[in-house]
Design a binder for this molecule. Structure first.
Ligand SMILES: Cc1cc2nc3c(=O)[nH]c(=O)nc-3n(C[C@H](O)[C@H](O)[C@H](O)COP(=O)(O)OP(=O)(O)OC[C@H]3O[C@@H](n4cnc5c(N)ncnc54)[C@H](O)[C@@H]3O)c2cc1C
Length: 401
């Protein structure tokens, strides 16, 4: 059995190893000058490769769950053990290599491919796949390959400088597959910058919601980082697939400042008015947040600082500021593009693939795995976990069917 795997990323390397282990002759075609470039950049260079908690896939969750039911934590842990990679579980069920270095994950994958005789061809950008009577002809700019089966593992188009540029989607479409409009996910959000002017670099703990026409579309909590274009941070990135023009990012800063609700915050502001009456108004939020943020929040609540003392705070101003602390609204201008995104939402329509085998329901002998498919997970190791799991399943099915 000859198998051509297209794409030397997480899904493609797992598939190549598993297929070769089952006796297949495997060729791995990669358009970049080396395999696994994106893998090295994952988890801030530490590679958060799996999550032992509840599966979390805002895109394609039913399909992802079926894949992970067949090849989830237990099966993937066994795969890594076999490769000699020791793992460590950290907060939130995030799994990393014990070494703390993504390069050790890539080294383990490369060694396994080497031991199993996988032929790796780099600099081979696939341009066409032609199904024939007996398998497929795969045409790349570097040559032509024949395979009884083909596994598509070209990724999405997040951070194309790391390899995945979406070029395999067009080929899959020519073969009859449907592409669900790709869009950047897990990325920073661009907002109106006036309310956050001068806050770049400041971090706050917040509950974050995407709100449109009074309806909450998505909620997260965690650390928000202000930037010159808007906001960032894991919780913000997880809101990106829901944020659109016309929506606002609502930051609730109350809990992060130690308040249960807005009325408790209002009570504290009025207490300060009485106790700190002779202090300049700039000091009103001392101990709750850094002075630069205090200035922005007070401005948002319409509280003037100039020539004013805390004692001059009006009841209506205390109420308005408490409301702002609970709902600091930043109108959304858009999200950062694929160059900054960590993952692609959209991709090949999963209804056209069997989640038990990753086989195409349209083209016999064709399989797909990883981010090429319309599946995207939250931060925490879910995207790599889906890529590895689906790659392993595709390979097993290829050699068994
Ligand atoms: C900065 C960053 C950090 C991340 N951190 C994490 C993390 O810690 N945990 C996590 O779970 N996820 C993380 N992700 C997401 C995760 O890396 C991806 O979801 C995952 O790599 C997808 O695997 P894949 O094999 O499907 O695609 P990729 O890893 O993108 O691999 C696809 C490969 O196919 C090749 N290719 C594409 N088209 C062709 C073609 N026409 N011919 C030949 N080769 C082709 C590409 O060059 C690439 O090497 C991160 C992403 C980024 C960008």
């Amino acid at each position: 059995m000859e198998i051509v795997v297209i794409g030397g990323g997480a899904a493609g390397m797992a598939a190549a190893i598993e297929a070769a282990r089952h006796g297949a002759k495997v060729t791995l075609l990669e358009r970049m000058d080396r395999v696994g470039k994106k893998l090295l950049a994952t988890g801030n260079g530490r590679c958060n490769l799996m999550n032992v908690g509840e599966a979390c896939y805002p895109g394609g969750s039913a399909f992802a769950q079926l894949v992970l039911d067949k090849c989830g934590v237990a099966e993937q842990t066994a795969f890594w053990q076999e490769l000699g990679l020791r793992l460590r579980v950290e907060d939130g069920g995030r799994v990393y290599p014990a070494s703390g270095q993504a390069s050790t994950v890539l080294d383990a994958l490369r060694l396994a491919m080497d031991n199993l005789g996988v032929e790796i061809v780099t600099g081979a950008s696939v341009k066409d796949i032609r199904p024939g009577k007996h398998g497929f002809t795969v045409v790349a700019d570097a040559g032509t390959w024949r395979g009884d089966k083909v596994i598509l593992a070209g990724g999405g188009c997040a951070q194309p400088k790391l390899g995945s540029d979406g070029s395999l989607w067009a080929i899959a479409e020519r073969l009859g597959h449907t592409l669900v409009q790709p869009r950047p996910a897990l990325t920073q959000i661009m907002t109106d910058t006036l309310p956050i002017k001068g806050l770049s670099g400041i971090r706050v703990k917040a509950e974050v919601a995407v709100v449109k026409a009074g309806r909450v579309l998505h909620e997260e909590s965690g650390e928000v980082l202000f930037a010159d274009y808007g906001i960032s941070g894991v919780c913000v990135m997880q809101c990106a697939r829901f944020a659109e023009q016309g929506s606002v990012m609502r930051l609730n800063l109350l809990r992060g400042m130690g308040f249960e609700n807005a009325s408790q915050a209002e009570g504290e502001l009025l207490r300060r008015k009485a106790a700190w009456g002779s202090q300049p108004m700039e000091k009103l939020l001392t101990g709750l947040c850094v002075p630069r943020l205090a200035g922005s929040l007070c401005m948002e609540a319409g509280i003037r600082f100039r020539d004013r003392l805390v004692g001059s705070l009006k009841d209506s101003e205390a109420s308005a500021l408490a409301q702002v602390l609970g709902a600091f609204d930043l109108p959304v201008k858009g999200v950062k593009g694929f160059d900054s995104a960590q993952v692609t939402a959209g991709g090949l329509d999963v209804r056209e693939f069997d989640p038990a085998t990753m086989a195409s329901r349209l083209v016999p002998g064709l399989y797909a795995a990883g981010e090429m498919l319309d599946v995207d997970g939250t931060c925490g190791g879910f995207n790599l976990m889906f890529a590895f799991g689906s790659g392993l399943l595709a390979a097993r099915a290829c050699v068994e069917e």
